[in-house]
Design a protein around this ligand. Structure first.
Ligand SMILES: Nc1nc2c(ncn2[C@@H]2O[C@H](COP(=O)(O)OP(=O)(O)OP(=O)(O)O)[C@@H](O)[C@H]2O)c(=O)[nH]1
Ligand SMILES: [K+]
Ligand SMILES: [Mg+2]
Length: 400
């Protein structure tokens, strides 16, 4: 029997089993069995990278965004509108057969947008090009799930299930469970609060299913069996997702209003160019990019060419910023001056551990170098309230 058939069989058994206190251990065990099979299903065939022909696109720019959706929801139309790169669009399904990259220029950064073939129910089990599409979307920083506003609202759920089946967790944070395998000592099970979904016996049973007999487990929240399995599997990818309802030109205002109020959602029309700026703003926010402008001593910062940092890609400290400029820079740094929202006063003398925020201005003061007129600059604030560098300040000359 193939892996997919075995998953189906266990799912059928779960559906037959009534949910109650007596069956919860058995159901937990079945969930773990399915999770293990799904992980097996994801292992790429020997000698292949997992992406597949036409799907290997080199990363480019400051971040990567994947367009995921059913066929003909308007993914390619959207790529063409946002990037200027043409991706074939047509009224028939599966127009797009490979991965087509484009670049969005936004806030002085470059963001790579990937158009992908439509995926369908069963994609996670290999239907259509589902496996390749999902492999590529895992390489992205965020996902735009494109939905047709005129179609069933169930589509969002079906797609979310497909993505969850391959280990993607959308708009969730990792469960607050500490888990560490040990060589000896048996299993120690603890929690910092009263648990309502999982008890010691259930936890033992799940671990047993994974043949883990020595481990430390500490629940820091009232997590579920599924959360525990996620932590044990350890291969989950937590990503932000924006639900993009396209084609609002063909639905009534009441529907538009309702969809627009869903969490993490934005309603658009490619055909009528409606709300695309809102989509870009949401996308930008979800990516959490941090633009840092360098101010050379005695000169103006260059406000057109930021160093772009991200918590997910290498971090946002002063040290990360320095490493971005040059690997050997850190050892020469005496301290830095920081203007902007991360500074408690402007400018603030900071060390390498300081966390930078979007639109901060940084001047590096090297060892054996005299500092610039720190504190006398235009950015000197008169209160202790941190302020964002305004557009007006960006344009005005800076006297230091
Ligand atoms: N009414 C309306 N139609 C749209 C809109 N955006 C795209 N379409 C149409 O929807 C159809 C499908 O568009 P595509 O861009 O090919 O969709 P896709 O999601 O890339 O499709 P596949 O590549 O086949 O998965 C085309 O006929 C588009 O003209 C919109 O905002 N409103
Ligand atoms: K299409
Ligand atoms: Mg397409």
């Amino acid at each position: 029997m193939g892996i997919v058939e075995r998953i189906k069989e266990i799912e059928a058994e779960m559906a037959r089993t009534q949910k109650n206190k007596a069956t919860e251990y058995h159901l937990g065990q079945l969930k773990a069995k399915i999770a293990k099979l799904r992980t097996q299903l994801l292992e790429p065939p020997k000698g292949s990278s997992g992406a597949g022909e036409g799907f290997e696109v080199t990363k480019f720019g400051h971040g990567r965004v994947a367009l995921i959706g059913f066929p003909s929801v308007g993914k390619s139309t959207l790529l063409t509108m946002l990037t200027g790169t043409h991706s074939e669009a047509a009224s028939y399904e599966f127009t797009t057969l490979t991965c087509i990259p484009g670049i969005i220029h936004y806030n002085d950064t470059k963001i790579q947008l990937l158009d992908l073939p439509g995926i369908i129910e069963g994609a996670s089990e290999g239907k259509g090009r589902g496996r390749q599409v999902i492999a590529v979307s895992k390489s992205a920083d965020i996902v735009l799930m494109v939905l047709d506003a005129s179609k069933s609202e169930g589509h969002r759920q079906i797609l979310t299930k497909e993505l969850e089946a391959v280990g993607l967790r959308l708009n969730k944070r990792p469960p607050q469970i500490y888990f560490k395998k040990k060589k000896t000592g048996g299993i120690s099970f603890n929690s910092t609060l009263h648990l309502t979904h999982v008890d010691e016996k259930l936890c033992y049973q799940i671990l047993h299913e994974y043949k883990i007999h020595n481990a430390e487990v500490l629940f820091r929240e009232d997590a579920t069996v599924d959360d525990l399995i996620d932590v044990i599997e350890g291969n989950r990818k937590y990503m932000k997702c924006i639900y993009v309802y396209n084609k609002i030109d063909v639905v009534g205002i009441d529907d538009v209003d309702r969809l627009a109020r869903q969490p993490n959602s934005v309603v658009i029309s490619c055909n009528m160019k409606l709300n695309l700026d809102r989509l870009l703003a949401k996308m930008w926010e979800a990516m959490g990019l941090v633009r840092v402008y360098t101010k050379p001593q005695g000169q103006q910062p260059d406000f057109t060419d930021p160093v772009v940092l991200s918590a997910d890609r290498g971090g946002c400290t002063v040290e990360d910023f320095c490493n971005h400029i040059h690997r050997s820079l850190v050892k020469d740094v005496k301290y830095v001056l920081v203007w902007g929202t991360s500074a408690r006063h402007s400018p603030q003398h900071c060390g390498l551990a300081q966390m930078l925020e979007d639109e901060d201005v940084v001047q590096i003061v090297k060892k054996k170098e005299k500092e610039d007129g720190g504190g006398r600059g235009r950015f000197k604030s008169h209160s202790n309230v941190p302020s964002r560098i305004s557009d007006r300040e960006k344009k005005a000359p800076l006297k230091t």
